[in-house]
Design a protein around this ligand. Structure first.
Ligand code: PGA
Length: 251
């Protein structure tokens, strides 16, 4: 099965709506030839509305609530981000889990809400350094996958982002064999539960930069990237996108 690679920039709490808008229009101008991959911009909620993209460029929200509406001060729902033209929603990012205390159960509700709303969840999973040192990586990934995807019979429209927590924002990228083995574990876990995993994109995140993207994209089972700081600078983001595009074109 051919999986279209994804390169997603997660801006976190960076860029005002006007900064984001000009960044995206400049980026698209520099990436007019992109043909083989999908490129996703994930601004803060405030930047989602007034930002023009069309395939192969897409917009993602960085989070959402699982209810469509209601008395949830400060929250944003799937119909709201959909109305802004978002196609994807990042869920369960390690900062949501570790700073804001999100649990797998809530993340699972959000996965269902996003799918029911016709959007695609990018479900982030990953072990902490403690987990890895205690050789619990596979257990942690299993729990996050099984609970995060609970009550689903298909992984159609889902993207998994493997992001080891210790590699996020630290400048430390996971070793090639660590990434390869985690991606294999993820596929094995899902293989037992879902019939359609052949078409499931599994992307890597954690200190992806223009200097390592070319190597990382060649790792077996890596179908693209979720990029934090490397997606904020135009030159860096463009160069990562081009790396993945060229790799896919040659394949
Ligand atoms: P980073 O962040 O690229 O800055 O490590 C990745 C992420 O948080 O998705």
């Amino acid at each position: 099965m051919n999986i279209t690679p994804l390169v997603a920039g997660n801006w976190k709490m960076h860029k005002t709506p006007s900064d984001g808008k000009s960044f995206v229009s400049e980026a698209i101008n520099l990436l007019l030839d992109i043909e083989y991959i999908s490129v996703i911009f994930s601004p803060p909620f405030t930047g989602l509305f007034d930002m023009d993209v069309s395939p192969p460029f897409f917009k993602a929200a960085q989070n959402c609530h699982w209810q469509d509406l209601g008395a949830f001060t400060g929250e944003i729902s799937v119909p709201m981000v959909k109305d802004c033209g978002a196609s994807y929603v990042i869920l369960g990012h390690s900062e949501r889990r570790h700073i804001f205390g999100e649990m797998d159960r809530e993340i699972n509700r959000k996965v269902h809400a996003v799918l029911n709303g016709g959007l695609k969840p990018i479900l982030c999973i990953g072990e902490t350094l403690e987990d890895r040192k205690a050789q619990k990586t596979a257990d942690v990934l299993r729990k996050q996958l099984i609970e995060g995807l609970s009550n689903l019979t298909s992984v159609n429209n889902i993207i998994i982002a493997y992001e080891p927590v210790w590699a996020i924002g630290t400048g430390i990228t996971a070793e090639e064999d660590q990434i390869k083995s985690a991606h294999t574990i993820i596929r094995e876990i899902l293989f037992g539960n879902f019939k359609d995993i052949d078409s499931l994109p599994i992307i890597y995140g954690g200190s992806v930069k223009s200097s390592n993207a070319g190597t990382l994209i060649q790792i077996d089972g890596v179908n693209g990237f979720l990029i934090g700081s490397g997606s904020l600078d135009l030159t860096s983001f463009i160069s990562i996108v081009n790396c993945v595009e060229q790799y896919q074109m040659r394949k």
